[in-house]
Design a protein around this ligand. Structure first.
Ligand code: PLP
Length: 431
């Protein structure tokens, strides 16, 4: 499989080069040159397969010869080594819970797969690869956890002091081993700016083999198709589900669309957005206008100009009518999201996080006008990650999951860093 840049100004590359580079040199996203089709046998037997075999079958054509089969099988098994349950909430609608991974949000699958692929590719390298990444919260934890203990890879995470939640901070600073957390006395934009400067500083890039753990990396994007395959395995009805996806940068939804284009039966997709709804507007009007991001209570979806929109267009040959036949958009305000969390908890006994709540509401609205259909919404984060939003709405504490209780007893360590490039440069050159 070759990957081309969606800006068409860079040569096509294989999976290994696309993963190591992250982004194409012309600034475009990498996209597969052809979309593999799931075989009729694969679809017929899907329900009876262990999830690690499903993962291997789906990922193998994308990886091609760049990773030997036995190695890829091991990577796939480690990537999906937790549960992805479908939990009925009403007779018409169920949750696909994607928060049972180590950092309690769905980004674990992409981060685990990418980290293990990079670990494999760096094995033939004479020196360790250094992953340098800025985070506003969730991504850093998933990436750090994904790379924890991976040989030949050092991870340096920059996070803004005082601007991540207590749970997120623990997930960044309590891991140790090959993970270093730098606490930047600034905001997320400062962190991102510092990282960008390091990547273009030749003194640093000759001293260290730097790589990014960018969210647009194909090795993070492609394995998200697996959620939809696991949903299909557990779906008990003959008619395929409508699937509502809480969306920010649109990696997750685009991966679902990719699985569908490959042949996975899905009745319809809903792009569930908060106030950052440029794509939902595009779906309604045919015009895409990027907007500055606004802060909401589903903050992992606060993206004004989603990068994966280009991939969505590419999947449907830029054809608005074709996209609209498969996906519709829905915008859910913070006020409605809060009311949904409260109502679903008190009336149905199911606790949503703010991101899952946006998708729940979008799906419920759709089913009201399509009464014969049934659907799934993606529950992308554990409600405990958004305690500060959820607890006042339901009037009680959200118990900590076992894994988190353990983490909270670990010692934490971070290195304070001034928000000046000279400070980061000095730190990196001394490693
Ligand atoms: C990242 C994230 C999203 C948005 O996913 P995209 O692939 O960027 O659309 C939704 N929910 C949670 C909890 C997230 O962390």
């Amino acid at each position: 499989m070759q990957y081309y840049s969606l800006r068409h100004q860079a040569p096509a590359v294989d999976f290994r080069s696309a993963t190591v580079a992250g982004q194409a040199p012309d600034g475009g996203l990498y996209f597969p040159e052809c979309i593999p089709r799931f075989s009729p046998d694969f679809l017929r037997q899907l329900k009876s397969w262990p999830k690690e075999d499903v993962a291997f079958q789906v990922m193998q054509p994308y990886v091609g010869p760049t990773i030997p089969a036995a190695e890829l099988a091991r990577i796939c098994a480690e990537t999906v080594d937790f549960e992805f349950p479908v939990v009925p909430v009403t007779g018409q609608l169920a949750a696909l819970e994607l928060f049972h991974g180590p950092t309690l949000a769905f980004k674990d699958v992409g981060a685990r797969f990418m980290s293990r692929c990079l670990g494999y590719f760096s094995r033939r390298q004479a020196r360790a690869v250094t992953v340098l990444v800025a985070t506003s919260g969730d991504t850093g934890g998933a990436v750090a956890h994904g790379f924890l203990g991976v040989e030949g890879v050092e991870v340096i995470i920059l996070y803004p002091a005082g601007k991540v939640s207590p749970v997120q901070q623990m997930q960044l600073t309590a891991l140790g081993q090959n993970i270093t957390a730098l606490e930047v006395q600034g905001d997320f934009d400062d962190c991102q700016q510092l990282v960008k400067q390091a990547f273009v500083d030749t003194a640093v890039t000759t001293h260290l083999t730097l790589t990014s753990a960018n969210s647009i990396n194909v090795a993070r994007w492609l394995p998200q198709q697996l959620y939809y395959c696991f949903a299909s395995q557990q779906w008990p009805h003959a008619e395929p589900p409508v699937i509502a996806v809480p969306s920010g940068n649109f990696g997750n939804l685009c991966a679902g669309l990719l699985a569908h284009v490959s042949g996975l039966p899905v009745a319809h997709f809903i792009a569930a957005c908060n106030a950052n709804d440029a794509v939902a507007r595009y779906l309604r009007t045919g015009r895409f206008v990027a907007q500055p991001a606004v802060a909401t209570i589903s903050n992992a979806m606060d993206v004004g100009n989603p990068s994966n929109f280009d991939r969505m267009l590419a999947l449907f040959a830029q054809n608005h009518a074709a996209i609209n036949g498969v996906v519709s958009g829905c915008t859910v305000s913070d006020a409605v999201t809060s009311a949904t969390i409260r109502r679903v908890y008190t009336e149905l006994g199911y606790l949503l996080d703010p991101h899952g709540a946006v998708a729940f509401q979008a799906l419920e609205d759709h089913l009201k006008t399509h009464p014969g259909q049934r659907g799934l919404f993606l529950a992308t984060a554990h409600p405990v990650k958004f305690q500060q939003v959820v607890e006042p709405l339901i009037g009680r504490a959200v118990p900590l999951p076992e894994s988190l209780r353990e983490l909270l007893t670990q010692p934490t360590h971070s290195i304070p860093l001034e928000p000046r490039y000279e400070a980061l440069r000095e730190y990196l050159l001394a490693r």
